[in-house]
Design a protein around this ligand. Structure first.
Ligand code: ATP
Ligand code: MG
Length: 577
């Protein structure tokens, strides 16, 4: 493509709304433009990068035996009501009505639709297994759309669904997708790590997230350098500390004026925070009750609460829970801000972390202003409605598998694979008949890749202060020829010939033939990040050009033929990532 004819405009200024490099550079390079919060248009260069990622995804899905279909982005509400997610998906679900007031959703994902498609077409074991996928626009009314393509309200997703006869079949399908994902992200040039993940609103159990490592990522992962434990912070298990055995002492109420935090009370009483109990209060909303139910969680004073584990323990949707308004919760349950403990609390669901069950002689709030109780013991002094691990694993905590201190890293979730088991097939009546005419529920898995988010994650990992440095496999073009002086006939001729020759060799080339200063062209070439730059300038008459890789500082002068050969060779070598 000749740049003089291209629909293309770069920005010198950093757009005010952009906080992270991928957002800044994709906007500045003229690859995307914002329409309104969370909605972007892809301009030609951005579209090419998006297509590259999309095609890698498609090739690897096809190679793994999945078959592409396309379902509508508009989905009937009835399917969501059948699965129970019309309520459970919450405010992220983009609900809409047609002119006859019939409810629809703009699909955020498509488990229901795919289950329905298979339900309409599959009856016998002979038709299974199946893996079908689509690459379709998705809609989520995110509470905080941000970071450009990373968290938008409209985005391109590849979603695949597997349908098997039994759990063994599901395991094969799952492993197959896991391998395909590793190939996709490797070919995209991403540094990534598959980690164990929570299953969230999609449901089911058994899941991995594919996390592109990046300091700007919203997702925290924990991993162990001693063993292969790696999990999202939401999911990571926690190994309870075994405390030395102690005789249970009698409870003792003590005056602790103004000690509203764990740190204050432990300093005041001169006890280790490990010997204290922390209370965290929530209200939980139920589908058909206007008044919230109160929940109080208790964990050891030196631990952090993992809200995802709490939500899973309560088995409620994420949006149905929020921190309690203690002024209302106090009169209803007896809790007192800063002094809440498990003794004396009433009319509220009590959830206790597993570690507290064997923790002896703890300090806890007395549910009375300025008072705590010493020597509180689980079983003797209080019990729980639910006992579950509620702890957030943090840097330096012992690895749940091998006990060595764990490390943390930030990352961007680019894909996730889930085992759904029979969650949807049971709710929606998707069954097949086996060899003996016996009916069974189909066993399902689902597998998503954020195609547009992946484009941004690639930029997040591949840039410098001047712009993007695309890996060859996803670059909008492989080569950019910068023609220094458009008024110099020799330069024009050499540049045009090189352009035609590279095109003929199947290389994707941009020829910057704009009547602009060379400095402008070089800056733009760096910003848009084309992997190979060939400058046709003063020495064109001698048949000499300058060859430079975007990722390297060195420029090398060589003959036009050498530059052409070097470019062709590099593109072929790197194109498959
Ligand atoms: P997140 O935790 O980041 O909100 P999710 O776990 O809800 O994402 P999935 O339901 O697993 O997302 O969707 C599959 C993939 O779609 C994700 O791995 C991610 O790459 C992409 N994705 C999800 N939400 C968005 C979004 N708002 N904008 C862009 N891509 C997204
Ligand atoms: Mg996910």
């Amino acid at each position: 493509m000749k740049v003089s004819k291209m629909f293309f405009n770069t920005l010198r200024e950093v757009p005010a709304e952009a906080e992270i490099p991928s957002h800044v550079f994709l906007l500045r390079a003229g690859m995307i433009r914002k329409e309104v919060s969370g909605f972007y248009s892809f301009l030609p260069l951005g579209m090419r990068a998006l297509h590259k990622v999309e095609n890698i995804v498609r090739e690897e899905m096809d190679a793994a035996g999945a078959q592409e279909i396309l379902t509508s982005a508009v989905q009937p509400a009835e399917l969501w009501q059948e699965s129970g997610r019309w309520y459970a998906y919450g405010p992220e679900l983009w609900r809409t009505k047609d002119r006859n007031e019939r409810d629809f959703v703009l699909g955020p994902t498509a488990e229901e639709v795919f289950t329905n498609v298979v339900r309409q077409n599959v009856t016998s074991w002979r038709q299974l297994p199946i893996n079908i996928y689509q690459i379709q626009t998705k809609y989520r009314d995110e509470a905080r759309p941000r970071f450009g393509l990373i968290r938008s309200r409209e985005f391109l997703m590849k979603d695949a669904y597997s349908f098997d006869r039994d759990e063994d079949g599901l395991q094969v399908s799952y492993d197959n997708m896991y391998d395909a994902y590793s190939k996709v992200f490797t070919r995209c040039g991403l540094f990534f790590r598959p980690v164990e993940a929570d299953t969230g609103a999609i449901g089911g159990s058994g899941s991995h997230e594919f996390c592109a490592l990046s300091d700007t990522g919203e997702e925290e992962i924990l991993y162990c350098e001693n063993c292969d434990m790696a999990a999202t912070a939401e999911k990571a298990d926690f190994k309870d500390e075994v405390m030395p055995a102690e005789e249970e002492l009698p409870m003792e109420e003590v005056l602790t004026p103004g000690t509203k935090t764990i740190e204050d009370v432990c300093n005041f009483l001169g006890v280790d925070q490990k010997k204290s109990i922390k209370a965290i209060m929530y209200e939980v909303y139920n589908e058909d009750k206007p008044e919230p139910e109160y929940v109080c969680c208790f964990i050891r004073g030196d631990r952090q609460l993992n809200e995802t584990k709490l939500i899973n323990a309560l088995d409620v949707p994420e949006f149905a829970i929020k921190m309690a308004d203690e002024s209302k919760m106090g009169p209803a349950t007896g809790c007192v801000a800063g002094f809440t403990g498990p003794v004396g609390l009433h009319d509220c669901k009590i959830i206790v972390d597993t570690e507290l069950v064997n923790a002896k002689n703890m300090v806890a709030g007395a549910c009375k202003a300025d008072h705590h109780i010493k020597n509180v013991n689980y079983g003797r002094d209080y019990t729980a409605d639910i006992v579950k691990d509620l702890k957030l694993l943090q840097e330096g905590d012992p690895c749940p598998c091998c006990g060595k201190p764990v490390k943390t890293a930030r990352s961007i979730e680019v894909g996730q694979v889930f085992k759904l088991h029979t969650k949807y097939s049971e709710k929606m009546g998707l069954t097949y008949k086996d060899e003996n005419q016996e009916e069974h529920h189909v066993v399902m898995g689902c597998y998503g890749i954020g195609v547009s988010r992946t484009v941004a994650a690639i930029v997040e990992q591949h840039h410098d202060e001047n712009g993007i440095i695309w890996p060859m496999s996803v670059a909008p073009y492989h080569v950019i020829i910068d023609l220094v002086n458009v008024k110099d006939e020799v330069q024009v001729e050499v540049a045009n010939k090189l352009y035609e020759d590279l095109l003929a060799a199947g290389i994707e080339v941009m020829l910057d033939d704009r009547d602009e200063r060379p400095g402008v062209k070089f800056k733009d070439a760096d910003l848009i990040g084309i992997p190979i730059r060939i400058v046709v300038g003063k020495r064109a008459g001698e048949g000499i050009v300058e060859y430079k890789l975007r990722r390297e500082a060195d420029k090398v002068e060589m003959s036009v033929e050498e530059a052409k050969a070097a470019a062709i060779e590099l593109v072929h070598k790197e194109i498959r990532g």
